[in-house]
Design a protein around this ligand. Sequence first.
Ligand SMILES: [Zn+2]
Ligand SMILES: [Zn+2]
Length: 494
Amino acid sequence: MKRRNKAQMYLDVLALHKEVTGSCILCTVRFPNGEKVKFIVDCGLFQEEKYHHLNYSFPFDPSEYDFLLVTHTHIDHIGRIPKLYKEGFKGKTYTSNLAVELMSAALNNTAEILTSSVQKNSRKKAIVVDSSIPLFDSSKPLYEVDDVSLAMQNVIGKEYNQTFKVHEHISVTLLKNGHTLGSSCILVKITYKGQDPIYALFTGDYSPENMFFDVNDIPSYIKQLPITVVTESTYGMTSKKTINHVFDELVLESVKNNETLIITLFAFGRMQEVKYKLLELQKKNLLNKDIKIYCDGKLSFKYDDIFLSHIDKLKISNFLPKNIFKINGYEERLNLLSDRNCKIILTTSGMGNYGPAQVYLPYYISRPKCTIIFGGYTAENTLGRKLQEVKDNELFELNGVMTKKRAKVYSINELSSHAKQEDLLDFLKKFQNLKLVLVNHGEEEVKENFAKKIVDDINPKNVAILSPNNYIRVGAHGLIKSYIANDLNFSNTN
Ligand SMILES: [Zn+2]
Ligand SMILES: [Zn+2]
């Protein structure tokens, strides 16, 4: 029999936020010799307005953490990385090679938005803030372009499926994930002489497939490991069967009626997918190639270029439809408003509250010969959500102007890049020695119900829900215990 060191090695895991945005998982490894190594998985921005105040400080000391692992480059997973470095984090950040380039584009754009929104706010005299939320220092942006450069100097890109060491006793393997270009599921292996290894896999946001690239199955040796899986659960209670595939129909109907069709989209991923879908409609001769397609949003052009520069790694040879034109700047945007021809306008931002959508939406919402499609989720208090909530032909106030909603407005869910319930369960079923599932990244009720569903359908040894309140202690054979987190200081942030 192997002699074991007395002290058991463990990994403590905690999610900094109980809902979807502001993704940040804190991990502490304790080795039998007493050494502790701390790492973070993702460090995202809180995007819901009610949680904006949480962005301004960390409830932990960033200088105590040794390294950061990044699953993918959505801003709710990476948006606070420059802030982390600014607050004293000295470690390296590891992510996929592809994600490095995408991260730089996303963070620089975010720094610009943060800087310009501070300038706007300082011009307004009164900032209305709920009295329960402490006023943050709005004279300074969260971070600036220089902070992004500092952070990016510490980012290291890695190939998929190639195990690398981040510490003497900790190795990491990135597995290709269909959620976005460059996204990974991250396998962490913790070893120590005389102890069984701990394996933990972080799904990040997960999708088993992608329109632009193939996702190989995870290597079979991983399926055999005694493993803890930290899974997202955004659509944990949404079945694939409830997704309506209406995009093509809405586009063709609008064109048939000779309208202007506005589609608001996230710059990264969604924009390229919609361009590809329009190209497919043209190829099938369903969409007339003479209909002009305009696209607007500087960041989306940058992402188009990144996608094009990696086209050899993708399963498609092109995604740009025929007859597509870029709108460069405010003048061209205004000129387009007076164009009465049938056309399609693809614009950022997805939720309508940033970027050129702020020009198109207020103008076109009152036009009867117009259809507006929101290509994804729109959060509370965004222009996109507001335009969906107003009833047809209702008079409402928009930027101080009384406006009638005459355009047809739709929000579609078929472009989502998150796994639905069936896919998430299929993913978990791959693991033949599943010790523990930690449910993360979902609305509270969804997480709870999805956790029950996992117990019913898969029955791993244990299932727990990640939250900011408790650490889950994980050992080589799964759950050790759960205990209250009293080392985090939320007093500045709550
Ligand atoms: Zn994501
Ligand atoms: Zn996410």
